[in-house]
Design a protein around this ligand. Structure first.
Ligand SMILES: [Zn+2]
Length: 199
């Protein structure tokens, strides 16, 4: 088993950190936080009790992942991006948690803010400094404050081009379809097997 690197100043209180995950200087993973395998957790990051982080996730320096936040596999959280879990916060009052999920493969740019409850779709791309105030569809690129959809990106992170409902990545060749539900990978229908020739 290839264990990950634990910097001598990292504070890892959770026993649910997967193999091959690195935790760098002054990062804190609380007891009860679940972190998957082969993640990279940068300096000064904080993972709270109850937070869930998948496999192969990159958490850049200074990012806090709070309880009620779920980070799926292969997500990239850019430096100092902000996630939240309470949309009516007051000090020293009862509060109602609001969950947020960042779905597989999505990227959150540096210093972006995700208001709680705004789920981030698969392979979506949130630009640096964006303020996300509504859910982000799969593969969408959102920028600005409030963040707006400006286009779509491929799993490889290059822009998708095309007209109508057919989109494609000119870099890697993957094809997509756009519908009311968002953008998803085009599935090529399998050709039926040719029937054996009659004798
Ligand atoms: Zn591509």
């Amino acid at each position: 088993m290839a264990d990950g690197i634990r910097h001598p100043t990292a504070l890892v209180e959770s026993d649910q950190v997967g193999e091959g995950t690195n935790v760098w200087a002054y990062a804190h993973v609380m007891k009860g936080a679940a972190v998957g395998r082969h993640c990279n957790i940068g300096d000064h990051a904080f993972i709270e009790s109850g937070a869930i982080v998948g496999d192969e996730v990159t958490i850049k320096n200074g990012v806090a992942v709070w309880q009620y936040v779920t980070i799926e596999n292969r997500v990239f959280l850019g430096p100092n991006c902000s996630l939240t879990n309470d949309n009516r916060p007051r000090s020293k009052r009862e509060w109602t948690p609001v969950a947020t999920t960042v779905r597989e493969g999505a990227t959150i740019g540096a210093n972006a803010t995700i208001v709680c409850g705004c789920h981030i779709g698969r392979y979506a791309f949130v630009g640096a400094g964006a303020v996300v105030t509504r859910p982000v569809p799969d593969h969408a690129v959102v920028v600005g404050n409030p963040a707006r959809v400006r286009g779509y990106v491929c799993e490889c992170c290059q822009p998708l081009s095309g007209s109508g409902t057919a989109l494609a990545c000119e870099t890697c060749g993957l094809r997509y379809v756009k519908s009311r539900q968002g953008v998803s990978r085009a599935t090529v229908p399998l050709k039926p097997k040719p029937k054996a020739a009659a004798r």
